[in-house]
Design a protein around this ligand. Structure first.
Ligand code: ATP
Length: 234
C-alpha cells in the first residue's frame, strides 16, 4: 500500500529553564494509507508528542515529517494551520465540544471551513446519533459526546484521524463501543487512524503497532490478521 506518513529521525526537545527534556529521540516509522495504527507506551514515553507533531499542533526540533507527500516540518505557521485544519481530524480524551452548540452545530462548525467536508447529518447518523443531533453536550453521555467528537473529526474528510486516549474517560463497555466505531470507520472510509493509548491489550485490533519507550521506537509490528474489537477482552 502507498505510504502516507513518514517520520525520519525526528527529535523533540522541550526546554524548561536550563534543563532540556528530550521527549523524542531519533524516531523513524512509516504508515501506509488506510492503516489502523496503535501507538503504545508507558506514561511519558512520547506518544502524545508523536501525535501532536503529526497533527501539526507541535513542531519537531529536528528531523523530517512527511504526510501525503508534503513535508510538514518545513511549513511556516500559516501553512501548518491550514494543514491542521484541512488534513487532520482529532479525537481527544475529553471530547472538547463547544457547550453552547448542539451536536449537529458542533459537527457543522468544524466541518464547514474544510473544502471537501462531508454532510454533518450523514456522519452523525453513521456514528449512531441520528436522534440526538439537537442535543447539547451536557445532555449527552460521555460515550455519546465522544461519538459527536468523532463525527466532528470525520466530517472534515481529513487525510488522517488522530486519536489520543479516546476511551480514557469512558467505562469499559462504552470505551469498547467507541473503539469499534473507530475500527468500523477505518474499514468503511479507508481513512488512516492513528490511536495513542497505554492499553496494550487493544494491540490486536491494529494493522500496525508502534511501541514507544523513553522517546525512542522500541518496536514496530504488523498484525497479519487484525481482530475485531468485540473479540478482545481486557
Ligand atoms: N510542553 C511540554 N513541556 C515540557 N515537557 C513536555 C511537554 N510535553 C511533554 N513533555 C515531556 O515529554 C515527555 C513525553 O511526553 P508525552 O506527553 O509525549 O508522553 P506520553 O507517552 O503521551 O505520556 P502519557 O501517556 O502520560 O500522556 C515527558 O517526559 C513529558 O513530561
Amino acid at each position: 500500500m502507498k505510504k502516507l506518513i513518514e517520520f525520519r529521525n525526528v527529535a523533540k526537545e522541550y526546554k524548561i529553564g536550563e534543563v532540556p527534556i528530550r521527549a523524542l529521540d531519533g524516531v523513524d516509522f512509516t504508515i501506509s494509507e488506510g492503516e489502523f495504527v496503535v501507538v503504545l507506551g508507558a506514561s511519558g514515553a512520547g506518544k502524545s508528542t508523536i501525535l501532536n507533531i503529526l497533527g501539526g499542533m507541535d513542531t519537531a526540533t529536528s528531523g523530517q515529517v512527511i504526510v501525503g507527500g508534503q513535508e510538514i516540518t518545513r511549513l511556516g505557521e500559516k501553512k501548518l494551520t491550514e494543514y491542521r485544519g484541512e488534513k487532520v481530524g482529532f479525537v481527544f480524551q475529553f471530547y472538547n465540544l463547544i457547550p453552547n452548540l448542539n451536536a449537529l452545530e458542533n459537527v457543522e462548525f468544524a466541518a464547514e471551513v474544510c473544502k471537501n467536508h462531508l454532510d454533518a447529518k450523514d456522519i452523525l447518523n453513521k456514528v449512531g446519533l441520528k436522534n440526538r443531533i439537537k442535543n447539547f453536550p451536557s445532555q449527552l453521555s460521555g460515550g455519546e459526546q465522544q461519538r459527536v467528537a468523532i463525527a466532528r473529526a470525520v466530517a472534515k474528510n481529513p487525510l488522517l484521524l488522530l486519536c489520543d486516549e479516546p476511551t480514557g474517560a469512558l467505562d469499559y463497555a462504552t470505551g469498547k463501543a467507541v473503539l469499534k466505531l473507530l475500527q468500523d470507520l477505518n474499514k468503511d472510509t479507508k481513512k488512516c487512524v492513528v490511536l495513542v493509548t497505554h492499553n496494550s491489550a487493544i494491540a490486536p485490533m491494529a494493522d500496525k503497532i508502534i511501541r514507544v519507550k523513553s522517546g525512542r521506537i522500541e518496536s514496530i509490528t504488523m498484525n497479519e490478521e487484525k481482530q475485531s474489537v468485540e473479540g478482545i477482552e481486557w
